[in-house]
Structure formats: structure tokens, C-alpha cells
Design a protein around this ligand. Structure first.
Ligand code: FPP
Length: 256
């Protein structure tokens, strides 16, 4: 890990969980009259820098939207390029992630991936499962609606087997069946590339998340940009349904 951040955020107020939609790789390349593939390669470089930043700043969880369930609609050669990029990135980076105490976890329907990629994913998770530093969650073939549907199916199966009463289904139980079970909810959501929507990302989990949108294209999103996003997060008052006055007078009520 190298290069210091110019303004270092006070880590005690840092978001615990940051979730990012990394948008704009294609436009970054097109603006340089380069093939879109080069944009995705530059995107991997940006991923590396942001993972290093989060590990150093003691962020607990970083979730990256690498491939949505809708991304299969892209031209075949771009999909296959992205798959190869995932394979080579996993191959090249997993030892370094492991050495830095980073735990890797994938969310999404991995059964649609090649056996080779599924194997690399499982191996990366197994190799890093006991690490206690940053948890890097890679959302691949992920959709927020898919996540809820698979959770509801799992709950329904338990009800049908008599392992669960339908009256026991509450928000906590649904949470525990989502692919993000056991992780804190995202505090800060970032989307690069100028669009201002959540696009079927962590739909259930984003209920109280602070949203941050930037026109910067993903390959240009660097440590400085991340500091700006975290500074914006820190300047906001999170009320979780309380009034501003309640929050100012009694910070303890925010311990949900
Ligand atoms: C969106 O940009 C980006 C993607 C669909 C792929 C994101 C993948 C990476 C950054 C690389 C690998 C990541 C990991 C975690 C190994 P876009 O192509 O939609 O850009 P555009 O909106 O400008 O066309």
C-alpha cells in the first residue's frame, strides 16, 4: 500500500459500510478514443486504489457492484471480456488481499458463471475467510430484487418444512436470509458516472443509507474523491426517523 491521502478523515466517524456503483468505464474509454475494454481495465486500477484506501482507513465493509443481473444484456464480447477480467483480477489479487487481512465475499447468483470463475470465487472466499480486516463484498450477477426473492424462497421453504411459523417472519428474519446477512447496513452509497439512481443494487439494505452521486467516471474516482464522499457523509445528520432536536440532544438514540 502506498501514497498518503491529503486530508485524512477522522476514522471514528467513518462510515462502517460503503457501497459503490462503479459507473462510467465505457465513457472514460470512449472519450479517449479507446475501446471500452480499456475503460474496464482502468476500472480495475481504480478498484485497487479504493480497496487499499478502505483497508487503511479501517472501513469495515466495502461493497462493489461489479456486474448486475442486467449486464448480461451487453454485447457478447463485452460480457466475455468482463468475465475474463474478473478471473484474471481474482488470480492476480487474491494473495495480496489475503496478506493485507482482507476478507473477500461474493453476493449474487454465481451459478450463471463459468465453472472456472465459480471455482476462483470459491477459492478466494475460502482463502480469505478468517481474515479480520476489511470485508470486500463483490456483487456479481447481483440484483436487489433477486436478493429479496431468494430470501423469500428460503424463508418459504422453512415454513413449508415446519421449521418456521409464518408469524415469525419479520424484518430481522428477512435480513438474516439476504445475501448480506451478518454485515452492517451500508452507511454510505456512492454512484459515479453522473446517473442518480440505485439501479437494482442493495434495495432492501439501502433504506437509511446516505446517497452520494458524482459525475466523476469510475476510472477517475481516486482517494481524493473518496475523501470528498466521506466528508459529505460526515456533514449530514442521520436521524433514522427521529427529529433533528432529538438527535442533537441524545446521540444514544441512534444506537439502533
Ligand atoms: C460500469 O461502467 C462498469 C461495469 C459494468 C463493470 C465494473 C467492473 C470493474 C470496474 C472491473 C472489475 C471489478 C472487480 C471488483 C474485479 P459502464 O461500462 O457501464 O460505463 P458507461 O456507463 O460509461 O458505459
Amino acid at each position: 500500500m502506498s501514497a498518503e491521502v491529503t486530508r485524512c478523515p477522522e476514522s471514528e466517524n467513518n462510515p462502517r459500510h460503503i457501497a459503490i456503483i462503479m459507473d462510467g468505464n465505457g465513457r472514460w474509454a470512449q472519450r479517449r478514443f479507446m475501446p471500452r475494454a480499456m475503460g474496464h481495465q482502468a476500472g480495475v486500477k481504480a478498484v485497487r486504489a479504493i480497496v487499499e484506501f478502505c483497508a487503511r482507513e479501517k472501513i469495515e465493509v466495502l461493497t462493489l457492484f461489479a456486474f448486475s443481473s442486467e449486464n448480461w444484456r451487453r454485447p457478447e464480447d463485452e460480457v466475455s471480456l468482463l468475465m475474463n477480467l474478473f478471473i484474471s483480477t481474482l488470480q492476480n489479487e487474491v494473495d495480496k488481499l489475503d496478506r493485507n487481512g482482507i476478507r473477500v465475499r461474493f453476493i449474487g447468483d454465481r451459478t450463471a458463471f463459468s465453472e472456472l470463475l465459480q471455482g476462483k470465487i470459491a477459492a478466494a472466499e475460502a482463502q480469505t475467510q478468517h481474515n479480520t480486516g476489511l470485508t470486500l463484498v463483490v456483487a456479481a450477477n447481483y440484483g436487489g430484487r433477486w436478493d429479496m426473492a431468494q430470501a423469500f424462497r428460503a424463508i418459504n421453504a422453512k415454513i413449508n418444512k415446519g421449521e418456521l411459523e409464518s408469524q415469525a417472519v419479520d424484518e430481522k428474519l428477512i435480513d438474516a436470509h439476504l445475501s448480506t446477512a451478518g454485515l452492517p447496513e451500508p452507511d454510505l452509497f456512492i454512484r459515479t458516472g453522473g446517473e442518480q439512481r440505485v439501479s437494482n443494487f442493495l434495495l432492501w439494505q439501502l433504506a437509511y443509507t446516505e446517497l452520494y452521486f458524482t459525475p466523476k467516471l469510475w476510472p477517475d474516482f481516486d482517494r481524493e474523491e473518496m475523501v470528498a464522499a466521506i466528508d459529505s457523509f460526515k456533514s449530514r445528520q442521520r436521524r433514522f426517523g427521529h427529529t433533528g432536536e432529538q438527535v442533537r440532544n441524545n446521540a444514544a438514540i441512534l444506537q439502533l
